[in-house]
Design a protein around this ligand. Structure first.
Ligand SMILES: Cc1cc2nc3c(=O)[nH]c(=O)nc-3n(C[C@H](O)[C@H](O)[C@H](O)COP(=O)(O)OP(=O)(O)OC[C@H]3O[C@@H](n4cnc5c(N)ncnc54)[C@H](O)[C@@H]3O)c2cc1C
Length: 384
């Protein structure tokens, strides 16, 4: 049995394979993808060719059935060179996890094999402009009409919208429900469904290679059997999904931080001031030590949370929030220190650390802001 304190040989082999692919096929395009704010098509194709686009899909749906730690390792290693590209495997997991948790066999068979094959991809549509942290106050509606559900409304901030094939959409089906959360259902919407429209792209601080858009439902009609789970269970499924995917955002944050540390280690050994390498100044060494220490701690928490998410561990929700929060907070600290250790050069686009600092910021915001994570953690602590 692979212990938590040592990854299995398969995990280490996977890391080596993804790192080699990321350095050869993704890293060379990362600066240009950011500069041109374009989708990292090279990364999408390379990940799909190598079978790293959605390793979590179970074997029974033609996937690889990799465990949650393996999914984190893929995301971490891609994020180490390009955070935008790491959203391809991350959002494939986010978009399909509700189907894995609650979908019917038909929906699973409809969606999962094409994603495993890299022919399709998935997005997750929970947020709205006026319903961000307060997800239950969403307004998008779905009404049953004969053999169809008809959706109306707008979802905001949808990662990889316009690129994805399938959208897992949460919508209100019972506006009279006593508890708003119990009046929400989840649906699998296809990009070609009539009345599905992708809106304009947000202009962002970072992860510029990953499009973030509104999506509109204008009398969007889908077959009735595309509901995911029973009516009224959609928000529960959406929130349970996050227990599985917050570790992946932690992995993304660890990867960004590791990329920044690696670039910094190379720079401080090369750069000379006062007649010596800046790596020889103790003030610099202490910063490097702190960066490495924080990354190591975050990585262990992320893998622990990934393992807990698969064990139906009672503390999985707490640990997932802790991993996402700790890893994203240290990613922001480490990337900021990386820019500092590059001096003026760090503030320019000649080196990757300014991009990494901008990319790191989103990990503190999405899949629930770190304040919301702290609420989740405190609630779990006080209940216990
Ligand atoms: C680039 C990007 C990609 C995204 N991708 C997706 C996606 O694919 N799918 C999706 O559904 N959503 C996505 N989101 C949405 C994201 O999850 C939300 O932006 C996030 O949950 C915060 O919601 P909000 O922006 O409405 O902020 P608000 O909820 O308005 O929060 C504003 C501030 O108030 C704080 N706050 C709010 N409530 C509380 C409270 N009770 N206690 C303490 N502080 C509080 C927040 O922490 C934050 O600092 C994405 C967002 C971005 C920016």
């Amino acid at each position: 049995m692979a212990g938590l304190y040592e990854l299995s040989e398969e995990h280490e082999a996977l890391r080596e394979a993804v790192r080699a692919l990321a350095e050869k096929e993704i890293a060379p395009h990362a600066a240009e993808v950011d500069e041109q704010e374009r989708y990292p098509a090279e990364a999408r194709d390379a990940l799909a060719r190598a079978g790293f686009n959605a390793v979590h899909v179970p074997e029974e749906y033609d996937g690889q059935g990799a465990d949650a730690i393996a999914a984190c390792i893929v995301i971490e290693e891609v994020a180490r060179v390009d955070a935008s590209a790491s959203l391809i495997p991350a959002v494939n997991k986010l978009g399909t996890q509700p189907i894995l948790l609650s979908g019917s066999e038909e929906v699973k068979k409809l969606v999962l094999p094409s994603i495993a094959a890299g022919e399709a991809s998935a997005s997750y549509a929970l947020s709205e402009r006026e319903a961000g942290s307060d997800t239950a106050s969403m307004r998008t509606r779905a009404v049953r009409e004969g053999d169809t559900w008809v959706l109306n409304g707008t979802k905001a901030w949808i990662t990889n919208a316009g690129e994805s094939t399938w959208y897992t959409v949460m919508a209100v089906t019972d506006p009279e429900a006593e508890k708003k959360a119990n009046g929400i259902s989840a649906f699998a919407v296809h990009k070609d469904d009539p009345g599905f429209v992708v809106g304009s792209k947000e202009r962002k601080l970072g992860i510029k290679g990953s499009p973030t858009c509104e999506i509109h439902f204008e009398n969007c009609e889908i077959p009735a059997d595309r509901i995911i789970g029973e009516p009224g269970t959609g928000l529960k499924t959406a929130l349970r999904t996050l227990d599985h995917t917050r570790p992946t955002i932690g992995a993304q944050a660890v990867g960004i931080a590791q990329g920044a540390l690696d670039a910094t280690l190379a720079y401080v050994k090369d750069r000379k001031q006062f007649g010596q390498r800046i790596a020889d100044f103790q003030g610099v060494q202490f910063m490097l030590a702190d960066m490495g220490m924080k990354i190591e701690a975050a990585r262990h928490l992320v893998y622990t949370s990934a393992a807990a998410s698969e064990r139906a561990d009672k503390r999985a929700g707490f640990i997932a929030s802790a991993a996402k929060t700790y890893a994203s907070d240290i990613a922001m600290e480490v990337t900021t220190d990386a820019v500092q250790l590059f001096g003026g050069a760090g503030y320019t686009k000649d080196f990757p650390v300014e991009r990494m600092m901008r990319d790191a910021k989103i990990t503190q915001i999405y899949e629930g802001t770190n304040q919301i994570q702290r609420m989740v953690m405190a609630r779990a602590l006080l209940k216990g």
